[in-house]
Write a protein that binds this ligand. Structure first.
Ligand SMILES: [Zn+2]
Length: 241
């Protein structure tokens, strides 16, 4: 009976064989051949080439995972055994499992990127607030105002004047960025930045001289004063540091 005959198109290791109804014991052992479009719903990785009448795995193609027997099946050459059990076999294969792991890792990495993206906004706000605080401190230092005592009130004043991003400086008790220690650190960063620029300019000068003296600051505290003289573009410059 022709309708009951099953043709196995091509097996991975066995030659094509034709089974007759007499050789098939029951319907449960039937291996239907021929591509079924519903497979693509159940196996999203499945790619069917109509011309070749062959099946490929999009996932294994994407990650370049090849079968260990070197045949390149599912990736370089299609699987021409259009049978459901071939799909099951490929799903369970080591190459496909590797591809699935790679896919999950990629998805997880993109998720991390999403979280990082979400965190970027608060990080930027904090950065903006820190820059605002540095500007406040720079203003106080530049105008010779008592920076340690006036810094906090200047920050509050800036918030009252509409600089809402400065509220980010209130983050937590131990990270308020308003303590005397933080003010000193900010000041050190500002002075270090200026000092590095001065040192770089002096290093580029063909000749330098150092002037050292003693003076008192606004709080009548004795301070060592250092000036550096150097040549910039043929002109004599004097820097305080
Ligand atoms: Zn695969």
């Amino acid at each position: 009976m022709e309708s009951d005959s099953i043709t196995v198109l091509e097996s991975d290791s066995e030659p094509a064989v034709s089974l007759t109804a007499s050789k098939v014991k029951s319907k449960s052992t039937h291996r239907k051949s021929g591509f079924t479009s519903s497979w693509q719903k159940n196996y999203p990785w499945l790619l069917y080439d109509n011309e070749e009448r062959a099946m490929y795995c999009k996932l294994c193609m994407r990650y370049g995972n090849l079968p260990r027997n070197g045949s390149g099946k599912w990736v370089k050459v299609g699987c021409t055994s259009l049978r459901h059990d071939k799909l099951l076999k490929h799903t369970a294969s080591a190459m496909h499992r590797d591809s699935e792991i790679s896919s999950h890792e990629e998805a997880r990495a993109s998720l991390t990127g999403g979280i990082r993206g979400a965190l970027e906004v608060p990080i930027n706000e904090e950065r903006k607030a820190a820059i605002g605080a540095l500007k406040c401190l720079y203003f106080l230092a530049k105008n010779e105002l008592p920076h340690t005592t006036k810094f906090t009130s200047l920050v509050y004043f800036s918030i009252n004047m509409g600089c809402s991003f400065m509220k980010q400086l209130r983050r937590g008790g131990n990270a308020s960025y308003r303590s005397k220690q933080v003010v000193a650190e900010f000041l050190f960063c500002l002075s270090d930045c200026i000092k590095q620029k001065v040192l770089l300019t002096m290093r580029n000068s063909p000749t330098i001289s150092i002037l050292i003296d003693e003076s008192t600051d606004v709080s009548i505290l004795k301070q060592l004063v250092m000036y550096g003289r150097c040549i910039v573009d043929g002109k004599l410059e004097c820097y305080f540091f």
